[in-house]
Design a protein around this ligand. Structure first.
Ligand code: PLP
Length: 406
């Protein structure tokens, strides 16, 4: 069991007040707060251990390179990837999916080829594929979730045709909290020879991930949601897909030789990491992953399940509230609207006055909002450091919103 009060001491920001009230941070789906160990690692790296990586022959450059490169192994362990060479560093999931779109998909796909997307995708797993639609004429095929917000793997697999080149799907909806059975999708897709890209931005924060068991081809994570620095992230790429990729971002570090007439490339994964990377951010990500693994993903998941259960119970008592997504495999993410004309921004502003931070808007998931028939919602998204009292604080805040706005 997690000792949440003890754990909260690791996060300095959680002790601060907002508008004279204790901070209740429920915007973890957007970005998580950072533990002191991550802040210290970033400060240490910039204060005493900073130089550019890979290219220096001096002490500091070697030190920074060792610390930076060690993170590849940590990400591999975190995702249970077989080799650290299967990990490409990125600035986050957005860059990761764009990388796959440009480096793997674009050279291989042709007009009429199909990409299957779920209606629950974040724009980061939609817009790069729209680019290919515009440039190559590929077809985006959408699969929908049921009224509970569940995505049935058999519905996804039924959409496969002889033209399907990729399934790109989230493991956890950032709006509904639904956890998708991506392993079943990967298994079924593999049987039909269709690669699967999994957006792990939300899921990897809340449950242990095993890309080997899952059988995915690509798995993207973003560091700032994993209690690490913004600008850090990575993508697992199956070796069979990595050899099919062509570099797309050109510059330093990704080359072997450059002449006036030709260029040869570095070996993978460096081949896909051009220019000076987010050195310190990635070092911080490594510390954040160590921190999470030390706590234990099972312990994190167990605590968040209890938070979810309490939130489901308490929020269901508010008859003026509509919560989107009621899947039994829902994580602790709650998007909701209030009866009447109350706008999500107004709800968020009132909650903010009580020190409660939530997100309001379309959550970078406009196709899903269209599917749900709404334009905006409020979202309370929980993390390992949230408490049961904070569920009560949210409920009280929402009752106040209803009093003011109804
Ligand atoms: N995918 C999902 C499901 C997300 O929730 C997010 C961030 O909100 C992203 C992708 C994009 O992540 P980033 O902006 O860190 O690249």
């Amino acid at each position: 069991m997690l000792d949440v009060n003890h754990l909260r001491d690791d996060f300095p920001i959680l002790s601060r007040q907002i508008h004279g009230k204790p901070l209740v941070y429920l915007d973890n789906g957007a970005s998580a707060q950072k533990p002191q160990v991550v802040i210290d690692a970033v400060t240490q790296a910039y204060s005493y251990e900073y130089a550019n990586v890979h290219r220096g022959l001096h002490y500091l450059s070697n030190l920074a390179t060792d610390k930076y490169e060690a993170v590849r192994g940590k990400v591999a362990r975190f995702l249970n990837a077989t080799h650290e060479g299967d990990i490409v560093f990125t600035s986050g999931t957005t860059e990761a999916i764009n990388l796959i779109s440009y480096a793997w998909a674009a050279p291989r796909f042709a007009a009429g080829d199909e990409i299957i997307l779920s209606i629950m995708e974040h724009h980061a797993n939609i817009v790069p594929w729209h680019f290919l639609r515009d440039r190559l004429g590929v077809v985006l095929k959408w699969v929908e979730c049921d009224p509970n917000g569940d995505l049935d793997p058999s519905v996804v697999l039924a959409a496969i045709t002889s033209r399907t080149k990729l399934i790109a799907v989230t493991q956890m909806s950032n709006v509904l909290g639904t956890v998708v059975d991506v392993a079943a999708i990967c298994q079924g897709a593999k049987a039909k020879g269709v690669p699967v890209l999994v957006d792990g931005s939300q899921a990897a924060v809340h449950m242990s991930v095993d890309v080997a068991a899952m059988g995915c081809d690509f798995y993207a994570i973003t560091g700032h949601k994993l209690y690490g620095p913004s600008g850090s992230g990575a993508i697992y790429i199956h070796p069979d897909r990595m050899v099919e990729m062509r570099p797309f971002l050109g510059g330093g570090d990704m080359i072997d030789q450059v002449t006036r007439d030709m260029v040869t490339y570095n070996k993978s994964p460096m081949k896909f990491e051009a220019g000076t990377p987010s050195i310190v951010a990635q070092i911080g990500l490594g510390v954040a992953l160590d921190y999470m693994m030390k706590i234990g993903m099972e312990n994190i998941a167990a605590h968040e399940r209890l938070l979810r259960d309490k939130a489901i119970e308490k929020l269901s008592e508010l008859n003026f509230l509509t919560v989107q997504g009621t899947s039994p495999s829902k994580g602790a993410i709650f998007s909701f609207t209030l009866a009447g004309a109350a706008h999500a921004h107004d709800i968020s502003t009132i909650l903010d006055q009580k020190g409660i931070a939530v997100r309001a808007g379309s959550h970078c998931a406009m196709p899903l909002m269209q599917h749900l028939g709404i334009t905006a919602s409020c979202r309370a998204s929980f993390a390992m450091y949230n408490t049961f009292d904070e569920v009560d604080a949210l409920v009280n805040g929402l009752m106040l919103c209803n009093d003011i706005l109804s």
